[in-house]
Design a protein. Structure first.
Lengths: 135, 402
């Protein structure tokens, strides 16, 4: 079983097509839409969590690529600017996904990007603005 | 056992001073006892690194040709308004100032991505900053408009002058309402969804000298990565608040006004900061050395997080309406565990001030003293004590009727 979060970029020409529907139906994958911004005549963006057998997942991703969807892993999209982060820890209790944790021995704030759901709450609530969203 | 600052400075000059951070001293005293440790240790260093809104800087930009009188006109640094009610080319920039066209909270919560604190950070980083000014023109200062890049290295003076920093303890904030609120204590989730605090606790300067026995006007300090001085007691100075048996105030009490040459500071320790839905500010790094003049002074520096109590306040109703209705008390050890209990509910707690950076400040100051780079000063006057009767008064509004 795999459980991955990916970011899909839909070029304009694909926005009207039922790509996600095919992805799920034809490949027996479980999905959870974490974020979607798909409007007609514009480029679309979707953050998707996919669960299923590795084989089905690979086939599904191959289908998306073939259809022309650009895929990125989620961790590439929410990034901590280590230069700006002061390790105050303000993010720890605002993140709904528990992606930030305090290291009790060093008092440093750890960022687990695998837990991140790219909701963007930390972007605006980080006091020194160290969290960056790259889409 | 008593020591003088002069004796300690002699040891610093010889590179022989024994210095511990306020964290390290806890173990040292436990191991050696108060008496032996007081003989051995000369200085305990403290540190804090948090958002401090009553911060700012003043500048003298030099005279343009022909001359302009900024005083009484309008001046902007990177679109952020600076105070001009001074002589011809002096300006004061406050950390919370923001561009006139910032939407503020018109669409709530506002983002406040740029303000005076950010301008100060950029200046300190050596970046060019845009000055735009308009003036009314006089016979001796005829010019009415000025637009120029300025750089900190060209300014005559660039001085950080913060009128209230380094709060001795502070509120712990929660939200008892059923909707998210956006405060200077960060984003507070509904129904006790989280709690925030803002103190370095056992490492914080004034919590290690609770009765201001050594820290006074003229005390030389670490400020913004450089050297600064305590200029005065900070605004809202409130030494008469309730204290625990160890003398440590249970809420915001003493504060410091600090001053120092901005030109020798660094952007790592003056960070432009944005509080979502509240406003821009400046995160300031401060470290104060405490000379171990007596066993009593040493005893105070051994305070631990479990002996420092913070008072919990509701920021959805009681705080904004200025009702003093504490929701409870909690120790900094509990806060730093990441979970506290409020009204029987487990509440996740987060800090707004950086403890790792406070440790770094205390260690940096320790290093400066050990290597003879930083000598201590004798305060020229002391801060008002707990016996002074000085209090933090609310505003007594008197309606203006024609």
């Amino acid at each position: 079983m795999v459980d991955k979060k990916i970011v899909l970029h839909f070029p304009k020409r694909l926005v009207d097509r039922p790509i996600v529907s095919h992805l799920i139906k034809d490949h027996d994958l479980e999905f959870n839409i974490l974020k979607a911004s798909v409007t007609p005549d514009e480029e679309g963006l979707m953050v998707l969590e996919l669960k299923g057998k590795q084989e089905d997942y690979d086939k599904g991703v191959a289908y998306l690529k073939e259809a022309g969807v650009i895929i990125e892993s989620l961790s590439q999209n929410v990034i901590r600017n280590e230069e700006r982060c002061t390790h105050c820890g303000a993010c720890v209790t605002v993140c709904p996904a528990g992606a930030f944790e305090l290291d009790m021995s060093t008092r440093q704030t750890k960022f687990y990007d695998k837990k991140c759901i790219a909701c963007g709450i930390c972007i605006k609530t980080c006091p020194p603005r160290a969290m960056e969203l790259h889409f | 056992m008593t020591k003088t600052i002069e004796e300690i400075n002699q040891k610093i000059k010889k590179g022989e001073a024994v210095v511990c951070t306020a964290e390290e001293i806890i173990g040292v005293v436990k191991e050696k006892g108060l008496n032996a440790a007081a003989k051995e240790v000369d200085v305990v260093t403290t540190g804090t690194f948090g958002p401090m809104c009553s911060s700012g800087a003043y500048f003298n930009i030099g005279h343009s040709k022909p001359r302009i009188k900024l005083g009484g006109g309008r001046s902007y640094l990177n679109d952020v308004p600076a105070y001009t009610g001074l002589a011809a080319v002096d300006l004061f920039l406050g950390a919370t100032a923001m561009p006139d066209d910032d939407p503020r909270n018109k669409v709530h919560p506002g983002e406040f991505n740029y303000g005076g604190g950010h301008v100060i950070e950029e200046l300190v980083a050596g970046k060019d900053v845009r000055l735009e000014a308009t003036a009314y023109g006089t016979d001796c200062y005829p010019r009415k408009k000025l637009e120029t890049w300025i750089n900190i290295k060209d300014l005559n003076e660039a001085v950080l002058f913060n009128i209230r920093n380094a709060y001795q303890n502070y509120n712990v904030a929660v939200n008892l309402s059923n909707k998210t609120i956006f405060t200077y204590m960060g984003t507070l989730k509904p129904n006790l969804g989280n709690a925030t605090y803002c103190s370095a606790g056992q490492l914080s300067p004034l919590l290690n000298d609770p009765y201001y026995k050594t820290i006074g006007i003229g005390t030389k300090i670490f400020l913004g990565g450089g050297v600064g001085y305590v200029a005065w007691q900070g605004t809202q100075f409130n030494p008469t608040v309730p204290r625990s048996e160890n003398g440590v105030p249970k809420g915001g009490a003493g504060t410091l006004a600090v001053i120092g040459d901005l030109k020798q500071m660094t952007p790592r320790w003056l960070v432009g900061t944005s509080m979502f839905g509240y406003g821009p500010t400046l995160t300031v790094g401060i470290g104060v050395p405490i000379p171990i003049l007596s066993e009593e002074v040493l005893q105070y520096t051994t305070v631990t997080d479990d002996q420092i109590i913070g008072t919990i306040h509701d920021y959805s109703d009681a705080y904004p309406n200025r009702r003093n209705e504490p929701v409870g008390e909690v120790t900094y050890a509990q806060l730093k565990s990441g979970k506290i209990t409020v009204q029987g509910k487990k509440v996740p707690a987060a800090s707004l001030s950086s403890y790792p950076r406070a440790v770094e400040i205390a260690n940096t100051l320790k290093n400066w003293i050990q290597t003879g780079k930083f000598e201590l000063t004798q305060p020229v006057a002391f801060l008002p004590g707990a016996e002074s009767g000085v209090t933090f008064k609310p505003l007594n509004e008197r309606p203006i009727t024609p």
